[in-house]
Design a protein around this ligand. Structure first.
Ligand SMILES: [Ca+2]
Length: 215
């Protein structure tokens, strides 16, 4: 009986360790501050683009995948020490849940704009090839290999001002599967929040060669 109890306790201990999300391999988390969360005007916001519908599998419109036991739509405050960009919740790409996390958030959305922008915050310790991808119907439309210059810890930034938006003009007007994906090598982090589609008609935002290709 004692042996069984010991095994059960060991399993519980393993589960609780595996379920803890951290910023680094050695378990770094920051204590939260009491900042007031901002609220955007929602103009251009895609469906559940602020991740406020709920956590993975608990209200979220996003389908989540991960190679770990953690769920990655979270209030980042207790682990990152900073609140979401908008509202309470945001998406966390990468990170650690025992192991380096490779994960994705996907959903079918109507593409009513030609560019996808979002707010992001990076926690990056090394130039080691951890990758962020945006895909539409499985096609990579945007990619970033995280390096030390993407360690923007503490500051939410817009892709339009920093990394460049994802060009999704080719998909405009239709419903397609959008995925935000992270492929870990040794682990890095990017919080994402407030995904917006912007840009008017497809023709306005396309360069001449792609317009010409349409007609
Ligand atoms: Ca949010």
């Amino acid at each position: 009986m004692f042996k069984k109890l010991g095994i059960a306790l060991a399993l519980i201990a393993m589960a609780s360790v595996a379920g803890a999300m951290t910023l680094t391999a050695d378990g770094f988390t920051a204590s939260g501050s009491a900042d007031i969360n901002w609220q955007g005007d929602r103009e251009g916001l895609i469906n559940d683009g602020s991740f406020e519908f709920g956590e993975c599998g608990a209200g979220s419109a996003w389908t989540c995948t991960t190679n770990t036991t953690c769920a990655w739509i979270v209030d980042p405050l207790p682990v990152w020490g900073y609140p979401a960009y908008d509202g309470i919740l945001c998406g966390w790409l990468g990170g650690f849940c025992g192991d380096p996390n490779s994960n994705s958030f996907c959903q079918d959305i109507l593409f009513d704009g030609s560019e996808l922008s979002w707010y992001w915050m990076g926690y990056v310790e090394a130039d080691s090839g951890n990758a962020v991808y945006v895909t539409v119907d499985g096609n990579v439309v945007w990619e970033l290999f995280l390096g030390l210059e993407h360690h923007t810890y503490g500051i939410w930034q817009n892709t339009g001002d920093t990394l460049g938006n994802a060009d999704v003009a080719a998909y405009m007007g239709g419903t397609h599967n959008l995925c935000m994906e992270f492929v870990a090598t040794d682990g890095a982090n990017m919080l994402i929040d407030y995904l917006e589609l912007m840009g008017g008609t497809a023709a306005e935002d396309m360069d001449f060669s792609s317009v010409k290709a349409l007609y």
